[in-house]
Design a protein around this ligand. Structure first.
Ligand code: SF4
Length: 666
């Protein structure tokens, strides 16, 4: 695979030459059967490849649900390669990005171009904060402001690595801890980037990545990078040099069930006390370095810091995420403090603009100052009916809080329709969990996808024989206080039958901790708890520990793959409805209801269906997997809406009898 080199016009020469049809590739006796060691004919895979090829040729959008085991990555990669078009593939998780780049694409190069006559230009791009900013590192070298021995050690390692790395991707620095404070000061986030005016522009890793993307036929990104780029382009009104992703003929969104959430976060606005402080710190450090820090600028910075601290302290109290509906009342009471904060931005901005013969980065600081001022104005004064305003307060150390003031679009559909789907010739949305009740109405409505072909592919697994789905009819409603004790007892009984080998997944930390505590000392199997170690370490331990039981919450509901007997049971505590008091969820519910819709059936139930399908999807990962699925929430049997969940799940064999669970494992 060549991540650099040839111009895009020379793209995929082999693919254009080779005449293998999709059928000749995927069908029994075809290319795939001769080249893949674990080949099985998968009708759904061929159908998906044909649908994707048609979408690319006829330039229309496609939404396709392809369950685990379909082999969907090859089903879209082969038509993409055959099309000769430049295509972006956007994924929800890093694991899938890596699988595409390191496994699937090299395999296809070998299979399709054994004579090496069709090398693909492929580029794998991560978010900007994964790359080193050379300018920031050089600035730090001149005047290292490092705290503690550990930071000094990291600095030395990074400075040595910078001289040899080709990519600037921090993944190459295995010894650098995930939460390194130093990295945050020198990464290539766009905030402080000077762009073409930067003295390191020519050898900048971001410039290089951009150049590589321009020369690539397949560009692998994640949804965060894709939507960050799209929102930059939208703000710059599609100026040709805005953003880093090039124009493409099509975008494939894999793990597309995550699009609404990710898009919502990039088309919103967010300011925080930390962001104001970061601006002050950057201005101070730069002016000090350039011997330009005057008393009047120090005064402006001091005033901004004080005003910001005061303003954030006045915001409504509370921890976590909560709505900020009463902004008008707040402003009536605290208008003066808000105005004082805005004036501090004005003051700093004019101090910066008045600096004589200023270095380039000062223009950037002025831009950041103005941007913050405008965003504060929007967050406090906008009456946009399609935006929900909310606050998030997180503990950031002893007596310290990070406070975020946020605005999120209530409905991203009109935004995505205008700035994505109306502009793209072809978008393919795929995932194992997109359909509700066999259709895509929910996804189409939430994402603003109006004209599209649709397909739900037949499963490659024999779910009826591979999985038993058990719902205990006798447990109390999970919303009652009696539930935890009874649930813990039933989990113990079930784990004795399955001999551990289970994920017990919860919808809340509180419930997870309570049930875990109740079972501690009661189980004969090793118990692992989310939070006791990083996610990957826990998963590795689960894979290596016979009969282990893992207690976890939402982060283990998706993107987790444990094949084989080691995972023989997935237990879920309750129907995963989103927390109704969450400000974004509450605003969406209110908006749908006020427009005459029924938010429960149009939004809350379908969203929970998708999440439940994701959670249960952890169990059967291959044709040889077999096991038990348990939902401890019997509202699925008793409530009218339960039918929608049942109809949306694969056709597992179903039971309400514990005896049948025992029989299944004998
Ligand atoms: S162009 Fe931007 S990211 Fe690149 S080195 Fe300069 S400031 Fe850093």
């Amino acid at each position: 695979m060549a991540p650099t080199s040839q111009p895009a016009s020379a793209a995929i020469p082999g693919a254009k030459k080779q005449q293998v049809s999709l059928y000749q590739f995927f069908a029994p006796g075809g290319v795939l059967s001769r080249t893949h060691p674990a080949y099985e004919f998968r009708r759904g895979q061929l159908q998906m490849a044909q649908a994707v090829e048609q979408a690319l040729e006829e330039k229309h959008h496609l939404i396709v649900e392809a369950g685990t085991g379909t082999g969907k990555t090859l089903a879209y990669l082969v038509p993409v390669i055959r099309s000769g078009k430049r295509v972006i593939i956007s994924t929800g998780t890093k694991n899938l990005q890596e699988q595409l780049f390191h496994k699937d694409i090299p395999f296809l190069e070998q299979a399709l171009f054994p004579d090496n006559d069709g090398r693909l230009n492929v580029c794998y791009m991560k978010g900007r904060n994964n790359y080193l900013c050379r300018k920031k590192l050089y600035d730090l070298t001149g005047q290292p402001v490092l705290s503690g021995l550990e930071e000094i050690e990291h600095y030395r390692a990074i400075a040595a690595w910078e001289k040899t790395t080709q990519t600037g991707d921090r993944a190459e620095l295995a010894e650098l801890p995930e939460a390194s404070a130093l990295w945050h000061k020198i990464d290539a986030r766009s905030d402080a980037c000077l762009g073409q005016k930067c003295s390191s522009w020519d050898k900048c890793f971001i410039t290089e990545m951009h150049r590589r993307a321009m020369e690539s036929d397949i560009i692998i990104v994640n949804h965060h990078l894709f939507f960050a780029d799209l929102s930059i382009k939208q703000q710059a009104e599609y100026a040709p040099d805005a953003g880093i992703l090039p124009e493409v003929g099509a975008v494939i969104f894999d793990e597309a069930h995550e699009l609404e959430d990710v898009a919502g976060s990039y088309f919103g606005v967010s300011v925080s006390n930390g962001r104001v402080e970061e601006l002050c710190r950057d201005v101070e450090a730069s002016l000090q370095r350039n011997h330009m820090l005057s008393a009047s600028i120090s005064g402006a910075l001091k005033s901004l810091r004080e005003r910001s601290m005061f303003f954030f302290a006045l915001l409504p109290q509370g921890e976590g995420r909560f709505s900020f509906e009463n902004r008008r009342d707040f402003l009536e009471e605290n208008g003066e403090e808000f105005m004082a904060l805005q004036q501090s931005f004005t003051r700093l901005n004019s101090e910066l603009e008045n600096l004589p013969s200023k270095p380039e980065e000062v223009f950037n600081f002025a831009r950041r100052t103005q941007e913050l001022q405008v965003q504060f104005g929007f967050l406090m004064e906008s009456e946009d009916p399609n935006t929900v305003f909310w606050i998030e307060r997180r503990r950031g150390g002893r007596d310290k809080f990070n406070v975020y003031l946020q605005a999120t679009p209530i409905d991203v559909a009109p935004i995505l329709k205008t700035c994505l789907f109306d502009k793209l010739e072809c978008a393919v949305l795929t995932s194992a969990t997109l359909a509700v009740g066999g259709g895509f109405e929910y996804m189409r409505r939430r994402l603003g996808l109006e004209h599209t072909r649709e397909s739900v592919l037949p499963s490659h697994f024999d779910y009826e024989n591979q999985a038993l789905f058990y719902v205990p009819p006798d447990l109390p409603d999970p919303r009652t206080p009696q539930f935890a004790a009874k649930a813990a007892d039933r989990i113990r009984q079930l784990l004795e039958i399955t001999r551990g080998r289970a994920f017990v997944l919860f919808t809340s930390y509180a419930q997870m901790n309570e049930v875990y505590q109740r079972l501690l000392g009661e189980l004969d199997f090793p118990m692992l708890l989310q939070g006791d170690a990083p996610k990957n370490a826990l998963l590795e331990e689960f894979r290596l520990t016979p009969n282990a039981v893992l207690f976890a919450t939402s982060s283990f509901w998706q993107g987790v793959d444990v094949q084989g007997e080691q995972l023989s049971c997935v237990i879920i505590d309750r129907l995963p409805f989103a927390v109704p008091s969450d400000p974004v969820v509450a605003a969406r519910v209110k908006s749908i209801d006020s427009e005459g819709g029924n938010a429960f059936f149009q939004y809350q139930v379908p969203a929970a269906v998708i999440t439940l399908k994701q959670g249960f999807g952890r169990l059967i990962r291959s044709l040889h997997d077999r096991g038990l699925l348990v939902l401890l929430d019997n509202r699925i049997l008793k409530k009218a809406y339960g039918r929608i969940f049942v109809e949306s799940l694969p056709n597992y064999r179903k039971t309400t009898e514990l005896q049948q669970v025992e029989d299944f494992f004998q």
